[in-house]
Design a protein around this ligand. Structure first.
Ligand SMILES: Nc1ncnc2c1ncn2[C@@H]1O[C@H](COP(=O)(O)OP(=O)(O)O)[C@@H](O)[C@H]1O
Ligand SMILES: [Mg+2]
Length: 510
């Protein structure tokens, strides 16, 4: 295009429309602020023949205007381009909220040329429009173009720039709310970090948080997991969580309780059998390991696995292979093994009831589920969880008053979460009132507590009985000579004298 010829107005209009369209397209592609504004400026540069362009945004905190995007400006110039409101033309435009045009910056004293990008000031016109939304000035859009009397019309340029500025304003507002939401999401995520949660498993205590963290860590792998913990602490629940959070979640989850089946049937249950393998094997049958192919097998109560079967389980753990009973054919399975036990496996190993090699194979990743008594802070949350569940199921709205809650907190829950869950279920179904008081709680909650203390009392009573019997026995053997009896018992004469008095032992005169 020649500078001497006035551009055809229709061509000019077309170009403007294209530029505006392109700007709005750029601004709606993403929420990348600087990148988008930069694209806007280069679009204006190429489509409207503007030499330089800047988007200044006002930072309400510092009160400064900062160049967020520039076209045709070197980086060091961009960094210099900070203006206060009212300072220079850019500042003034924001302050007055009105566009300004300087047809020839060489003749304008207000032009500070802070960026130092225009060594030869003459022959350049400077257009500056505020970026406004409603009545708020967000920043300024400025553009330089070669000054020529023939070229374009300042009014047209201003109109285009005002439209672009309003597109930018809307984009900035959207971007701000997007950023705010992103920041909130981030901070929520940060809050949740360290606060692991797993669906259906309640646990705010540090002990359970550690368990959750481990679950998150082990789930993606294929590693064998050994779940330890008293009955009712949630071992099965955790086994399922590990499976459903693992890449094999679409595969089967097969549960097998090693303690629930007579020893004679275990092998066939686990590994399957061929037709006629034994009396009663009228058809071939798949075992649990085969059924668990591509999934997870949960071997509950692994400590109860009879010694005879332990080598076969060891082989599956090591080679993932086995044979059905009555078959020579070796089966291969792709299965993850999760085992659980409430028994002390180490003791079983030392007693020779559990193979050491199997123990080590299983114990790759042990996960300990703490008893409820070691995570009291989980009790109220669990109560709430089960109240909601059973109230919903039974169409009731039962809750506990403070006193009742205290009873729950004091009780030592030998059956752990399972017992707590059952207690709440019974309460929701049976309770006459909606707000349960301590006095309305099932007697066993307090009786059992009493029993626990009675148990220890009777234990000491027992010890004393035994001691008394021993002393009488020794006295009788030694003809009631205290010193001799003491020696026999391995205590001092002083001690035996004290105990004789304590138990009120008297020589029986026949
Ligand atoms: N942390 C927990 N949050 C919610 N429910 C739990 C939790 N732990 C256990 N339960 C519930 O208690 C009962 C017993 O859990 P389970 O996994 O069978 O224990 P375990 O296998 O250790 O005996 C189940 O109904 C289970 O859903
Ligand atoms: Mg169980």
């Amino acid at each position: 295009m020649s500078n001497n010829n006035k551009t055809d107005p229709i061509v000019q209009k077309n170009r403007e429309l294209t530029a505006i369209l392109e700007v709005s397209r750029v601004l709606t592609t993403s929420f990348a602020l600087e990148k988008n504004l930069l694209l806007v400026m280069s679009t204006l540069g190429s489509l409207l023949e503007m030499q330089r362009g800047c988007v200044f945004l006002h930072d309400p905190l510092s009160g400064e205007m900062r160049i967020v995007a520039a076209h045709g400006l070197a980086k060091h110039n961009i960094e210099k381009g900070k203006y206060r409101i009212g300072e220079g033309i850019v500042g003034r435009v924001l302050e007055k909220k009105k566009p300004m045009v300087i047809p020839n910056i060489g003749e304008e004293p207000l032009f500070l040329n802070k960026t130092g990008s225009r060594p030869a000031k003459d022959g350049i016109s400077f257009l500056c429009v505020p970026i406004m939304l409603k009545n708020e000035g967000l920043g300024v859009l400025s553009v330089d173009r070669i000054y020529s009397e023939e070229q374009g019309n300042v009014e047209d340029d201003l109109r285009v720039l005002t439209i672009v500025a309003s597109l930018i304003a809307q984009f900035i507002k959207l971007w701000e709310s997007y950023e705010k939401i992103e920041k909130e999401k981030e901070s929520l995520k940060r809050e949740l970090k360290g606060k692991y949660s797993i669906e259906n498993i309640i646990g705010l205590s540090d002990r359970m948080q550690e368990v959750f963290e481990s679950i998150h860590r082990v789930a993606p792998s294929k590693a064998t997991v050994l779940l330890r913990g008293e009955s009712g602490t949630g071992k099965e629940l955790v086994a399922k969580a590990v499976h459903y959070m693992s890449p094999r979640s679409k595969g089967p989850f097969i549960k097998f309780n090693c303690a629930s089946i007579p020893e004679g049937l275990l092998e066939s249950e686990l590994f399957g059998h061929e037709k006629g393998a034994f009396t009663g094997a009228i058809a071939a049958r798949k075992g649990k390991f085969e059924l668990a192919d591509k999934g997870t097998i949960f071997l509950d109560e692994i400590g109860d696995l009879p010694l005879t079967l332990q080598p076969k389980i060891l082989r599956v753990l090591q080679e993932r292979e086995f044979e059905r009973i009555g078959s020579e054919k070796t089966m291969k399975v792709d299965v993850r093994i999760i085992a659980a036990t409430s028994r002390n496996l180490e003791t079983l190993v030392s007693q020779g009831k559990f193979r050491e090699d199997l123990y080590f194979r299983l114990n790759v990743i042990p996960l300990f589920l703490p008893p409820l008594s070691e995570r009291e802070e989980d009790i109220p949350v669990l109560i709430d969880f089960f109240l909601v569940k059973f109230n919903e199921e039974n169409n009731r709205s039962v809750c506990l008053d403070k006193g009742a809650l205290q009873v729950f907190l004091n009780y030592n829950w030998p059956g752990n979460v399972r017992e707590l869950e059952n207690t709440i279920e019974r309460l929701v179904i049976m309770s006459g009132s909606e707000r349960v008081k301590a006095s309305e709680l099932p007697v066993n909650l307090s009786i059992r507590r009493a029993k626990v203390s009675m148990k220890s009392e009777s234990l000491t009573a027992n010890v004393e009985d035994i001691e008394k019997e021993n002393i009488i026995g020794a006295l009788e053997k030694t003809g009631w000579i205290q010193a001799k009896a003491a020696r026999l018992l391995g205590i001092t004469p002083r001690q035996i004298g004290y105990k004789i008095k304590k138990y009120g032992i008297e020589e029986k005169v026949l």
